[in-house]
Design a protein around this ligand. Structure first.
Ligand SMILES: Cc1cc2nc3c(=O)[nH]c(=O)nc-3n(C[C@H](O)[C@H](O)[C@H](O)COP(=O)(O)OP(=O)(O)OC[C@H]3O[C@@H](n4cnc5c(N)ncnc54)[C@H](O)[C@@H]3O)c2cc1C
Length: 444
């Protein structure tokens, strides 16, 4: 199929905050990319997966996007070893659909299955098993990178190792990943899950101390409550079920409901968010619930609502995710106090302890410590003022923000969070760029 360039203003990121126009090339086969003639191109270029990044790291204002989502074929799958090679636009949902009938599962997955493998590598995504499995980059054998010069380079821990590490978590700036190979893990698709109510952050940290016994751990926190209830929430932990139970129903669940259009901007206000947080906390009556569940709602509860990002209205919304070292864990309470007093409640707050497995990427976000992810309605200047205060807390706690979720970080903060940027820049492709990169580094 010939590659055809179109001018489009339809390519947005998940937060729907930035609205840019792009020149878009839709890619179809990894073997047929020579006709792109990237070496003749003058505009900055960037790969785009499914736009599940929240800010502007997948956007390239007034420049070129290479839409990889149609380049989504499997290349090989060894049923006996679980080694799988696929084009970069294959989604995690596709991989689950292929692998589960043979007893295989993803080694690492983020909180949505609607991401491409290329996008997952470029952000070196993490999941609920970070404390035992590290990031997705820890499980990638190799991939092919297409440079703007037209050259194809095989990258692995033993071949072009520095380019391999620069591309994992490299925000799409080193070139276009055309295909990738990774090893899946043998595991049941059923999860034995425990869901435990905790009354404050001390209780959360106690539960987190037991995380070596559970492959998956994460907590939802009610970030509207203050005083004695500050930091209360529900801790979820689980392991793949032992034994050969088969899944009931479909292998990969489809969304059960869709948000049809952008909701009115006033739908999510302090009152409705407070109500949601209260209802979520109270819906579990018992202190602890234990049950076997289908992996899909366990890992991907938000995927059950198609286009849920539209509920934030036409102004869009922000995610704010940081990690701070364990020694500075007390800062998490300060963050919740600041949010509660700002009256800018977060709709969803997710807290997790990262482990000490080193991420392979030069610019990977995860490091040992506590990570907190928050959603905020876009209230313009007021929200940005809150972020300014939060940023200072993160900076002084030796933490960092996650570029995949970011729409506001300053260049100075980025350089302080990611001092490896100078090393990384040696491997950046001169023609690849993004709106995020120009915002935090410049035109280099
Ligand atoms: C509901 C939800 C839950 C999430 N939960 C988590 C989580 O638990 N953990 C986590 O780490 N993240 C999480 N994320 C973020 C998401 O996993 C990442 O942003 C992911 O990288 C998005 O993949 P994508 O295919 O949509 O890529 P895009 O968002 O389109 O692009 C992301 C980056 O990848 C680059 N890229 C894409 N394809 C290629 C390619 N072929 N070659 C080179 N570069 C490429 C882009 O240039 C861009 O820099 C979540 C997002 C959502 C919406």
């Amino acid at each position: 199929m010939p590659i055809k360039r179109v001018l489009s203003d339809k390519y947005v990121s998940w937060g729907r905050f930035f609205r840019y126009s792009h020149e878009v090339e839709k890619l179809h086969w990894y073997t047929e990319l020579e006709e792109l003639n990237l070496h003749e191109e003058n505009k900055p270029m960037l790969a785009y997966g499914l736009g599940r990044s929240y800010g502007d790291s997948c956007l390239n204002k007034d420049a070129m996007l290479l839409d990889v989502s149609g380049m989504n074929n499997f290349i090989s799958f060894e049923r006996n070893t679980g080694v799988m090679r696929c084009e970069a636009g294959v989604t995690l949902a596709q991989i689950l659909e292929l692998a589960i009938p043979f007893g295989w599962f993803l080694p690492v997955t983020p909180g949505t299955k609607f991401v491409t493998i290329g996008g997952a590598i470029a952000n070196d995504v993490h999941g609920k098993n970070h404390h035992l499995a590290g990031t997705i980059g820890n499980h990638i054998h190799c991939f092919e990178l297409l440079l703007s010069s037209g050259k194809r380079v095989l990258c692995s821990p033993t071949e072009n190792e520095a380019l391999f590490r620069a591309t994992i978590g490299g925000l799409g700036l080193t070139g276009l990943i055309t295909w990738a190979e990774m090893r899946l893990k043998k595991a049941s698709p059923l999860i034995t899950m425990e869901s435990i109510k905790f009354g404050n952050l001390d209780e959360f940290f106690k539960l987190a101390e037991e995380d070596q016994n559970y492959e998956y751990t994460v907590a939802w926190v009610d970030c509207v409550s203050s005083g004695k209830d500050l930091g209360r929430g529900i801790y979820m932990r689980g392991n793949h079920k032992n034994g050969g139970d088969v899944l009931k129903g479909s292998i990969v669940k489809k969304p059960i409901i869709a948000v049809p259009f952008s909701a009115p901007n006033h739908l999510l206000n302090n009152f409705t968010i407070k109500l949601f947080n209260l209802a979520y906390y109270e819906k579990q009556r018992q202190k602890t619930v234990v049950k076997d569940v289908h992996y899909d709602p366990f890992f991907y509860p938000l995927d059950l609502v198609d286009k849920w990002n539209l509920i934030y209205g036409s102004r869009g919304f922000f995610q704010y995710q940081f990690v701070i070292p364990l020694a500075k864990a007390h800062v998490v309470a300060k963050v919740f106090e600041l949010i509660a007093s700002s009256k800018m409640a977060s709709f969803l707050a997710v807290l997790k302890k990262f482990g000490n497995i080193e991420s392979p990427g030069m610019l990977s976000f995860p490091k040992e410590g506590i990570t907190l992810a928050l959603d905020f309605v876009n209230r313009g200047e007021a929200t940005l003022q809150l972020f300014k205060k939060l940023d200072e807390l993160v900076l002084t706690a030796d933490g960092r923000l996650y570029p995949a979720k970011d729409a506001h970080m300053s260049g100075d903060h980025f350089k302080a969070f990611y001092p490896q940027i100078d090393e990384f820049l040696k491997y950046k492709d001169p023609k690849f760029s993004s709106s995020f990169f120009r915002r935090v580094v410049g035109n280099g």
